[in-house]
Design a protein around this ligand. Structure first.
Ligand code: MCU
Length: 410
C-alpha cells in the first residue's frame, strides 16, 4: 500500500506542477472544475484508516485527525483520505496508471493494451458515433452494454463506447483466483474486487482516448450502466476525476446505497449476499458484511468523491432488492458536500419512475439524460440538478447524521 501511494504521489506531483506551470485548468460552463488527472489528491499525506463504531454516517467533513475542513481547497486532501478508506475497506486498491498504455480509437472501436512490470493484457470496446454533431465527439462509456438509453445518448451528441467489463474482471471466479485483464497485470490473488477492476478498465479507455489526438473522440467522458454495471459505473466515476458525468442506474447493494441502511431496508440485497454473489467488492469488505457500523466510510462519501463533477443517480423504488431508500440517503448525504463546494446544482437523484421493470427503458429519464450530456459533456447547457425521490422509498438524511454542513471559505 505504502509503496504504491508514494509512486502515485510522484506522478501526481508532476502532474500538479505541470498544470500550475501551464495554467491549464479545465472548467465546464457550469463552473465545475474538472481535474485533468485521474486523481488530483494523490500527493496528499494520508494516514492508514482503522475501523470505527458508528451507527450513523461518518462526517465527510471531518479528517482522520479529528479536525474539520474549513475551506473548499481543503476538500482535495480530505477526499484523498476518503479514497484511502474506500480502497482499503470496500473496493480494494486501484493501482495508478500502468507504465505502458497504448491503443487505437476509430469510429467503430477502441483497443487498449496495458503493460506493467513485464506483464501485459489487452481488451477492446466498440464505438457508435452520435447521430448529431461533428468530430471530435464526447463519449459515454456504457458498462456492460444494456439498460442504458444509448439512443438518447447518441441523439444528444455523445458517442457510445460499449465496454464489456467482464474481459477486465470476470464474474464467477473464486476470490483467490480472479481473472481478466486487470488480474493478468496485478495477479489472480489480488484483493481488489472486480468493480474496481472494471473502473480501472474505464480509466485505461480514457487514457487511450486522451492519447488519440482527438480526431474521432475527445476526452469529455461520461459513464453509465445498469444493475451490476451500475455498481461498476458508480465505482468508475468515484475513482477517476477525469470523468465529467457519472450515471449509475439501479445499482443496488455495492453501488450507491449506504451500507449502513441495507440491514434496515426490508427486502434489500444483504451485504453478505452482494459480497458472496460475485467478487464485486474487495476481499477486505468481508469483515464488514455483518457490522457495517464499523466501516470508517460509507457510500455518501463515495458520492462526495464525485463532487463537483456531474452525477445523475437513477434508481427503481419498485423492487425492494435494489435498496432505493438507502440509495436516496447516499445521494442526500453526498449532496451536502456538493453544496458546501458550491456545486449543489451538479447532482441529480431520480427514483420517481412508474415502470417497475429492472433496467427498463424509461421516458422519465430521457430529458434529464439529454440535459446532463449537454451540460457536462457538450458544455452547451446549464440545467440545474434536481432530487426526484419517490415516496415509495424516500430516505431521511436527518436520521443518519448529527454532523452539520459547514460553510466553507473559498
Ligand atoms: C442490482 O444488481 C444485481 C444484484 O446485485 C444481483 O443480486 C442480481 O443477481 O443481479 C443484479 C443485476 O446485475 O441484474 C442484471
Amino acid at each position: 500500500m505504502k509503496t504504491s501511494f508514494s509512486i502515485r504521489s510522484t506522478v501526481a506531483s508532476l502532474a500538479v506542477a505541470a498544470l500550475a506551470a501551464t495554467g491549464m485548468v479545465m472548467a465546464s460552463s457550469a463552473g465545475a472544475a474538472l481535474a485533468a488527472v485521474e486523481d488530483e489528491g494523490a500527493d496528499c499525506p494520508v494516514a492508514a484508516s482503522g475501523t470505527v463504531s458508528n451507527p450513523q454516517l461518518p462526517d465527510p467533513f471531518t479528517r482522520l485527525d479529528g479536525s474539520r475542513i474549513a475551506s473548499r481547497s481543503d476538500w482535495r486532501c480530505r477526499r484523498a483520505e476518503i479514497r484511502e478508506m474506500a480502497e482499503r475497506h470496500v473496493y480494494g486498491q486501484k493501482p495508478a496508471r500502468p507504465a505502458g498504455v497504448t491503443g487505437t480509437v476509430s469510429g467503430s472501436s477502441i483497443t487498449v493494451n496495458v503493460s506493467d512490470q513485464g506483464r501485459s493484457a489487452s481488451f477492446s470496446a466498440s464505438v457508435q458515433l452520435p447521430t448529431t454533431g461533428s468530430a471530435p465527439y464526447p463519449a459515454v462509456v456504457v458498462v456492460g452494454g444494456f439498460g442504458a438509453d444509448t439512443a438518447t445518448i447518441r441523439s444528444s451528441g455523445a458517442a457510445v463506447i460499449s465496454y464489456d467489463p467482464l474481459a477486465v474482471g470476470r464474474e464467477g471466479t473464486p476470490r483467490g483466483n480472479k481473472q481478466g485483464a486487470f488480474y493478468n497485470l496485478y495477479g489472480a490473488t489480488s484483493s481488489t474486487g472486480i468493480l474496481m477492476a472494471w473502473a480501472w478498465g474505464v480509466s485505461r479507455i480514457i487514457d487511450v482516448v486522451e492519447q488519440s489526438g482527438g480526431s474521432v473522440l475527445r476526452a469529455d467522458v461520461g459513464v453509465t450502466g445498469c444493475s451490476r454495471y451500475g455498481k461498476g459505473a458508480f465505482t468508475a466515476g468515484v475513482f477517476d476525476q477525469r470523468i465529467a458525468l457519472t450515471m449509475p442506474i439501479e445499482s443496488g447493494t455495492g453501488g450507491a446505497p449506504i451500507f449502513r441502511g441495507i440491514a434496515g431496508e426490508s427486502g434489500s440485497q444483504p451485504l453478505s449476499s452482494a459480497y458472496g454473489e460475485q467478487p464485486w467488492l474487495g476481499d477486505a469488505f468481508g469483515s464488514f458484511t455483518g457490522n457495517p457500523n464499523s466501516l470508517p466510510v460509507d457510500t455518501h462519501e463515495m458520492v462526495a468523491m464525485v463532487a463537483p463533477r456531474g452525477l445523475f443517480i437513477m434508481e427503481n423504488p419498485h423492487i425492494d432488492w435494489l435498496a432505493a431508500r438507502s440509495g436516496s440517503v447516499a445521494a442526500l448525504g453526498g449532496a451536502e458536500v456538493y453544496k458546501a463546494l458550491g456545486a449543489g446544482d451538479n447532482i441529480t437523484y431520480w427514483s420517481d419512475v412508474s415502470d417497475g421493470t429492472h433496467c427498463a427503458s424509461r421516458t422519465e429519464w430521457r430529458a434529464p439524460l439529454q440535459q446532463h450530456i449537454q451540460k457536462f459533456l457538450l458544455k452547451t447547457g446549464n440545467a440545474a440538478g434536481t432530487f426526484r425521490i419517490s415516496s415509495r422509498k424516500a430516505g431521511n438524511l436527518a436520521q443518519w447524521r448529527t454532523w452539520p454542513t459547514p460553510t466553507l471559505s473559498d
